[in-house]
Design a protein around this ligand. Structure first.
Ligand code: XMP
Length: 315
């Protein structure tokens, strides 16, 4: 893509050709699907409907933040609340790929129902190039099944429309600026949400813990960036680790969980380097997480691995 304005003009023509009737859009509040949703609304007007799913696996205050963003961007949207369904399908599942498959399948079933309600079989998604490349589209081995690619069963009635499938993240951000989407440089958040940020089993309690820890990481790093103590990283978050570790509480030993803090720099998410976290920031993050989750999380680690050999997310 050379020129974002030209990309937008071409995308509108293609969308109108691909969608003769109505379409729903899977809108997560992330930059990719927000761009896809706005393009679709521009192309189809009232024949488009963006659907935002509250999976119960979202970050703190995310439903409000995303709703505000969509309102500011002038997008028509509906919020569907489905936390119970997602927790039920994830019960007892610890394998990362199985989590992604089940979440993908739950999204598809939900969108099938929403599409039927809206009177269409077209689902627009914000899939971008790394999503399908890393899901096995161009590489021999699947690195990860990105939920927006792996979860579409062959027998689904839905017909996918993917207006951004040839773009990389920096190009999507350029298109977002062209469309006037507020803060297009905000960090990516995976479609399967906090489920892939708790290593091992997903329970409402473990999601609550990683949500609290993640909010601390985001707040402290946003503050450090505002105070110019560090450059804005590409992505920064908390991961809840599997297994228990020993801590002390007063005179007693306690068993609690451990959190890993991940802060990376990247250009297109295909490769990444672990960022340098100023020691005082790291210390404050560790203090606040162990205080906010007293007795539940007793240890905080910092992940210094680049991609490759690791990936950005833990799962
Ligand atoms: P990894 O962990 O594969 O992540 O190095 C690369 C980038 O993609 C994001 N990510 C996802 N985004 N659906 C998405 O829309 C997914 O299933 C998914 N998994 C990872 C990740 O946050 C990072 O920015």
């Amino acid at each position: 893509m050379n020129d974002p304005a030209q990309f937008v003009a071409d995308a509108l023509v293609r969308l109108r050709a691909e969608v003769p009737g109505k379409a729903i859009v899977a809108a997560s509040g992330g930059i990719d699907s927000t761009v896809a949703a706005l393009l679709t609304e521009r192309a189809l007007g009232e024949r488009a409907r963006a659907i935002f799913v509250d999976t119960g696996l979202l970050r703190e205050k995310e439903v409000d933040r995303v709703s505000d963003l969509f309102r500011q961007a002038g997008l028509r949207f509906e919020v569907v609340t489905a936390a119970d369904r997602f927790f039920a399908t994830l019960e007892g599942v610890g394998d990362p790929e199985e989590k992604r498959r089940r979440i993908g399948a739950a999204f598809i079933r939900l969108f099938e129902a929403e599409a039927e309600r809206f009177g269409t079989d077209r689902l627009v998604q914000g899939t971008i190039a790394p999503d399908w490349i890393e899901s096995g589209g161009a590489l021999r081995d699947t690195i990860k099944t990105h939920h927006n690619v792996g979860g579409v069963p062959a027998d689904s009635k839905l017909r996918l429309v993917e207006p951004l499938r040839d773009l990389y993240k920096d190009e999507v951000r350029a298109v977002a600026r062209e469309l006037g989407i507020p803060s297009p440089d905000r960090q990516p958040f995976p479609g399967p949400g906090l489920a892939v940020r708790v290593a091992g089993p997903v329970t409402p309690d473990r999601i609550r813990r990683v949500r609290v820890a993640n909010a601390v990481v985001e707040e402290e790093i946003d503050r450090a960036v505002a105070e110019r103590a560090m450059r804005p990283p590409w992505q920064y978050f908390a991961v809840l680790l599997p297994g228990l570790t020993v801590g002390v509480q007063g005179d007693n030993r306690v068993h609690g969980e451990a959190v890993s803090v991940r802060v990376v720099d990247s250009v297109d998410a295909m490769t990444a380097t672990a960022a340098e976290l100023p020691r005082p920031v790291a210390q404050r993050i560790a203090e606040r997480i162990t205080r906010s989750l007293h007795g539940e999380v007793v240890r905080v680690l910092y992940d210094v691995t680049d991609k490759p050999p690791a990936t950005i997310e833990w799962e």
